[in-house]
Design a protein around this ligand. Structure first.
Ligand code: 3HC
Length: 289
């Protein structure tokens, strides 16, 4: 099967970045969201990012040619001729099932339907469709345009052909795919990531270290590109709490810690709201801590 057009549903932090990566890789792209506000903001962010890459000489193709391959819409109509769809809406099973039902209704029968979920079982999402063998997890990392890893997660229903096509697609998108044997909770990387965040949180709440000290240790000893609390801000504290809850519900040991939940209750969601553990210049504007 030749993949020519990719549609992405959800134009937020991950969705707009995945759409950008697909367009940079030469695919025709459709980006769908529920409001033109979200779509216009996504278009601005993609334009800014692609322009940055062009000005630094990291891509040769003109910005207008890359954007010319992209269409934006609030209607699923632009998915009618898609060969591959990637859902990147918030971590809510009912919401994801609705998206998959809509995609299942409108896309051709050959279209593969992927989810960028960070923690929800792929099989549960697949059950909303009549093509469970063509539903798969394709988990990107933030920011998708920079991060190389893509986890490819077949569900108990996914065919080998669909898994192989998804691995090939990730490679065509200049990513390094890691295929999971089956859908373990949190897949490979978020299991490790959330355990690190749990321990960091426990240390702060027990008065063993401050947020700044733990972040300094993460940068200067663990050699992570960001501190752990900084990275939690970058990913979104609401997303962290969602993943944490799913992992604990699915058997990962819990750690008593309310730092992240309290921030979410205060509506301090991290970079996206301009404030989390650290303060940023404006909502959505990350600046090195
Ligand atoms: N578009 C284009 N270029 C971008 C960009 C974007 N959106 N974001 C960063 N860049 C470029 C910058 O221009 C810069 O390029 P240069 O080196 O040529 O000048 C380069 O990337 C580095 O960026 P910065 O100098 O601004 O800052 P950093 O060196 O700190 O890098 C970072 C930023 C790449 C985000 C780095 O801090 C990093 O890798 N952080 C960790 C990110 C991470 O772990 N993500 C995974 C989170 S978990 C997840 O997503 C899973 C989910 O399920 C929760």
């Amino acid at each position: 099967m030749m993949i020519k057009k990719i549609v992405v549903v959800g134009a937020g932090t991950m969705g707009h970045g995945i759409a950008e990566v697909a367009a940079l890789s030469g695919f025709k792209v459709g980006l769908i969201d529920i409001s033109w506000d979200f779509l216009n903001r996504a278009k601005d962010r993609i334009t800014e990012s692609v322009t940055r890459l062009y000005e630094k000489g990291q891509i040769k193709e003109k910005v207008e040619d890359i954007l010319g391959r992209m269409e934006f819409n609030t209607s699923y109509d632009i998915a009618k001729d898609a060969d591959f769809a990637i859902e990147a809406v918030p971590e809510n099973l009912e919401l994801k099932k609705n998206v998959f039902k809509s995609l299942d209704d409108i896309t051709p029968s050959h279209t593969i339907l992927a989810t960028n979920t960070s923690s929800i079982p792929i099989s549960d999402i697949a059950e909303a469709t009549k093509r469970k063998d063509k539903v798969i997890g394709m988990h990107f990392f933030n920011p998708p345009v920079i991060m190389k890893l893509v986890e490819v997660i077949p569900s108990k229903y996914t065919s080998d052909e669909v898994t192989n096509l998804t691995i090939e697609l990730a490679k065509k998108m200049n990513k390094i795919p890691v295929k999971l044997k089956y859908e373990i909770p949190g897949f490979v990387s978020n299991r490790i990531f959330i355990r690190l965040l749990q321990e960091a949180c426990r240390e702060v709440e027990n008065g063993e270290g401050s947020i700044e000290e733990i972040d300094s240790a993460a940068r200067n000893k663990l050699k992570l590109p960001m501190g752990l609390f900084e990275l939690a801000d970058y990913v979104g504290l609401d997303v962290i709490v969602d993943i944490w809850d799913v992992l604990v519900t699915r058997g990962t040991p819990d750690v008593k810690c309310s730092l992240y939940k309290n921030k979410v209750l205060e509506k301090s969601l991290g970079v996206k709201s301009g404030k989390g553990f650290y303060t940023y210049p404006a909502p959505g504007k990350y600046m090195k801590v």
